[in-house]
Write a protein that binds this ligand. Structure first.
Ligand code: PLP
Length: 402
């Protein structure tokens, strides 16, 4: 592993004296970007195959996003939710249209994924049923309400006791879900494809079964599309490929292309009516600057055909990885441009380090899985650069981790 050059290492030292240590020592000090490329402060270039963890949908420095933000910044940045603005109304309308949401559906804007999940928790509480069912392996955020839905013990345990009433069931097991959902269940909250757990798709038919189970029990089905939404899986929203319509979905990440914005979308008048004036709020949520960014992202995904591209490029990636013919690479899972390359051993962290040294930013999402969530504008040729390098990255992974 090459040590960061002096400029980076000096900044990283200063980081450690100024920033709370929750993220550990960052890997790079990044300075600017263009499309799927980013450069660090020492002038080294990297192919960004993480995209800010499925956030930079349009890549870095996309002219449509830069110009929309610049224009809006010169006009109106923030007004509070005592007032609204043209971008706020237009973005909400656009989201509802792309979601094929029925009449009476509504949007509540937030600033992050966890806040969107918090809003969904409040929605569930309004059913007057105290229970929430979530899945083992689920990640729904780190605020204390969302954390109660997140499954990973290492994230939860330091903060227990968490919000009561949450039951976790094995991911993809319909019978377990059916058994857990009762007349006391307000909502079932699921990721359409588990991102942080290692890009793990549901078992076939699982989401449809979840829809049936919740409908029968009178519970809400909330799909957490924070990571999967906004074209990431090749559809506007992953639920559209699964053939289900949720009662609510949460959004964030890709929506602002890097500008913080999220949302809760409630489907139909009955669910939308659960949160009435005064029941929820946010100072920043849905401000004109963030909404202008959201509009630019959605418009550009549409005008550049990025849904189709995400689907085709993801399939290209999967085919290319499968053709590598190296027994250390066992496959690819996921959808669109949310993928994990799976390995025959626990090499992912070492491979990610070797990848960084070779100029690729990837994420070791699990010990044996490397997540790729590149900008939706990444080209197939750029993806090939990584696939072609994979065997040498595995060779470079330190021996003791094999
Ligand atoms: N929900 C899902 C499915 C996520 O993947 C994440 C973040 O990775 C969150 C919620 C939390 O989002 P944020 O980090 O913006 O709070």
């Amino acid at each position: 592993m090459t040590e960061p050059a002096p400029h980076s290492s000096e900044l990283l030292d200063r980081y450690e004296h100024a920033l709370l240590g929750v993220f550990g020592r960052p890997q790079l000090v990044l300075e600017h970007g263009e499309g799927a490329w980013v450069w660090d402060v020492d002038g080294r270039r990297y192919l960004d195959l993480v995209g800010g963890i499925a956030v930079n949908a349009l890549g870095h420095n996309h002219p449509a996003l830069v110009s929309a933000i610049s224009k809006q910044a010169g006009q109106l940045i923030h007004v509070s939710n005592f007032y609204t603005s043209v971008p706020q109304v237009e973005l909400a309308e656009r989201i509802l249209r792309y979601a094929d949401a029925p009449a009476g559906s509504r949007v509540f804007f937030t600033n992050s994924g966890a806040e969107s999940v918090e809003a969904a928790v409040k929605l569930a509480r309004r059913t007057s049923r105290p229970g929430i069912v979530a899945a083992e392996g689920a990640f729904h955020g780190r605020t204390t309400g969302a954390l109660a839905l997140t499954h990973k013990p290492a994230y939860r345990e330091p903060f227990e006791p968490l919000m009561p009433g949450v039951t976790h069931v094995p991911w993809g097991d319909v019978d377990a879900l059916r058994a857990a959902v009762t007349a006391k269940t307000g909502a079932v909250v699921l990721e359409p494809l588990q991102g942080e757990a290692g890009v793990v798709p549901p078992t076939p038919g699982y989401l449809r079964a979840a829809r049936e189970v919740t409908a029968e029990a009178g519970a809400l089905l909330v799909l957490d599309e924070v990571q999967t939404g906004i074209g990431r899986t090749g559809a506007w929203f992953a639920f559209q490929d699964a053939g289900v319509v949720p009662d609510a979905m949460t959004l964030a990440k890709g929506l602002g292309g890097g500008v913080p914005i999220g949302g809760l979308v409630t489907f139909g008048p009955e669910v939308s009516g659960l949160l009435t004036p005064g029941m929820h709020g946010s100072t920043f949520g849905g401000n004109p600057l963030a909404c202008a960014a959201g509009i630019a992202v959605l418009e550009t995904i549409e005008s550049e055909g990025l849904l189709q591209h995400a689907r085709a490029a993801g399939e290209h990636l999967a085919r290319r990885v499968e053709a590598v013919g190296d027994p250390r690479v066992t496959g690819v899972r996921g959808a669109g441009l949310l993928r994990a390359v799976t390995l025959a051993g626990q090499w992912a962290p070492a491979v990610a380090t070797a990848a960084r040294d070779a100029g690729f930013i990837v994420n070791p999402v699990a010990p044996d899985a490397i997540r790729l969530a590149p900008p939706l504008v990444v080209t197939e040729q750029q993806l090939d650069l990584f696939v072609d390098a994979l065997p040498s990255l595995l060779d470079a992974a330190p021996e003791e981790t094999r």
